[in-house]
Design a binder for this molecule. Structure first.
Ligand code: GLC
Length: 532
């Protein structure tokens, strides 16, 4: 890398799900004052930026991803002035603040939609996707919602259907309408003027839909009960021609304000994902790379080829990024088990590219089983197995009742994990071998060693199929990462000849010189090794 890297390249992003991070006013739901009270913790942890899932006024049909006003704050979370204070307090601590921007749809309670649905000739009619019924009176085509059922809702008042790719209360905006675009870019400007450092843009690859409304193909093998979003291929609802012009316009809006980051939520195969960097690198800075979130198998060779192929596919000058978990997918410690999740954490924080960490994953928080009657998530309405609530439970701060998230006696919006008395920030801060200590040590090393934050990446072939090894190098400093994906001891050879020094083991119990001709790793152990 020749230029001085930007903060969003060398830094680590931490995703906060505001409802579940810290309850500042004791109503059982997290809020912005709660987040402010934990900024020192985040600084201590060693992350560089926080990304907040939506904090805007919303009827909460999709927990804030259904926005009724883009330029205010939901009273549950606080006031606009709390948001302004959060920006100031975060910046004082050298933490950047990234907001979630949800451009694909509004809430049906947004005044724009209220106007749009009021009559066919309302000036805002064309701001949303209204279509006549099919000849049989049914929906205009076969498109299904990500949350199940048809993506079309009939509206009695005007006799047309509107499109909602998500909940019925989330009508899709019409991004072919230039007024919609301008209104949404003004939303970005509103927050940029208030000092927001960037945006994570929700379902960026879905903003345009086929103008001919052609049917989507069904995905082979899908059966009722499987996640509803996997039912159809998004051939005519995703990644449509014309999308890149919009992405460039968004980027331009951010660039007018200096060094701000543009992150895109995009679930696409790697070769198509790469287009979202832009031909001139003039689109998203970081099109989210979800390979580790979506992989059905967690096994050394699979992960090695994912990393390798991604590195090979990156356009010249494009910056990589990695994600292990988010508010939409099961927690990594539940998918892999807490022991292997430590290896995954070492992988995330030693690879080349910006890491994004989901709140609580630094502790090894796990999914929480939630009784169906306590479920909230619209994605779980057809089948509780698909609910995202289990990975959105309150942060575990300490061993007091309600885990220090809400005061004792308060009913929290989702239940607290039953293991909170052992797995919580306060306990793990005291434990030299805890998950949290591992995460913090990795973040400290990533900050201290330019080889980890900006060095080159090289896959190292070795003959043990349970292990993945790679090299990070910067200005002559060379670090080897060797990860054991198996539940048994492994011997890794041949690695580059010579001696190295283990500076960190995921078990946090050894720092020692090693002979690289014969490296022994314990079950679920990863090592960061400084090469002589
Ligand atoms: C994105 C969000 C998800 C939300 C959906 C609709 O995928 O991450 O939580 O339900 O968009 O906005």
């Amino acid at each position: 890398m020749t230029q001085t890297p930007s903060w969003w390249q060398t830094g680590t992003i931490y995703q906060i799900y505001p409802r579940s991070f810290m309850d500042g006013n004791g109503d059982g739901i997290g809020d912005i004052p709660g987040i402010i009270s934990k900024l020192d913790y985040l600084r201590w942890l060693g992350v560089d930026a926080i990304w907040l899932s939506p904090i805007y006024p919303s009827p909460m049909a999709d927990f804030g991803y259904d926005i009724a006003d883009y330029i205010d704050v939901h009273p549950i979370f606080g006031k606009l002035s709390d948001m302004e204070q959060l920006i100031v307090e975060a910046h004082k601590r050298d933490l950047k603040v990234i907001l979630d921007f949800v451009p694909n749809h509004t809430s049906d309670e947004h005044p724009w939609f209220q106007e749009s649905r009021s009559s066919r000739d309302n000036p805002r009619r064309d701001w949303y996707m209204w279509h006549d019924p099919a000849p049989d009176g049914g929906p205009p085509n076969n498109w299904t919602s990500f949350f199940g059922g048809s993506a079309w809702q009939f509206d009695e008042q005007t006799g047309q259907y509107y499109l909602h790719m998500f909940d019925v209360k989330q009508p899709d905006l019409n991004w072919r309408n230039p007024d919609v675009r301008e209104a949404m870019y003004n939303v970005l400007r509103f927050w940029l003027e208030r000092g927001i450092d960037g945006f994570r843009v929700d379902v960026l690859w879905m903003l345009l839909k086929d103008e001919q409304l052609r049917d989507n193909p069904q995905r082979p093998g899908w059966k009722p009960g499987d996640p509803p979003y996997a039912r159809q291929e998004g051939r005519y609802t995703e990644d449509q021609p014309g999308i890149h012009e919009i992405v460039r316009e968004m980027r331009k809006t951010l660039d007018d304000f200096g060094e701000r980051v543009f992150i895109g939520e995009i679930y696409l195969p790697i070769h198509r994902l790469m287009h979202y960097y832009g031909e001139m690198l003039d689109e998203a800075h970081l099109p989210f790379n979800f390979q580790f979130v979506t992989t059905p198998t967690w096994e050394a060779r699979t992960i090695q080829s994912m990393v390798h192929e991604y590195e090979e596919a990156l356009p010249e000058g494009a910056w990589p990024n990695w994600v292990l978990g988010n508010h939409d997918r099961p927690r990594v410690a539940s998918r892999l088990g807490r022991e292997q999740a430590r290896v995954a954490q070492m992988l995330l924080l030693t690879l080349r590219g910006t890491p994004t960490c989901y709140y609580g994953d630094e502790l090894g928080m796990q999914n929480v089983a939630i009784p169906p009657e306590m479920m909230h998530d619209p994605q779980g309405k057809d089948n509780p197995v698909n609910s995202r609530d289990p990975n959105r439970t309150p942060m575990q701060w300490d061993d007091t009742p309600n885990a220090g998230f809400s005061p004792a006696g308060v009913q929290t919006w989702l239940p607290i994990a039953s293991d909170y008395q052992n797995n919580n920030v306060a306990a793990e801060q005291q434990d030299p071998c805890s998950f949290l200590t591992l995460t913090r040590t990795l973040l400290t090393l990533r900050r201290a060693l330019p080889a980890l934050s900006q060095g080159t990446y090289q896959t190292l072939d070795q003959d043990n199929a349970n292990c993945f090894a790679f090299l990070r190098e910067h200005e002559g400093a060379r670090y080897l990462v060797v990860l054991n994906f198996a539940d048994a001891e492994q011997i890794v050879k041949p690695l580059p000849a010579g001696q190295g020094r283990i500076i960190l083991s995921t078990h946090l119990d050894r720092e020692e010189d090693v002979d690289l001709a014969h490296l022994q790793l314990r079950a679920h152990e990863g090592c960061l090794i400084k090469l002589a």
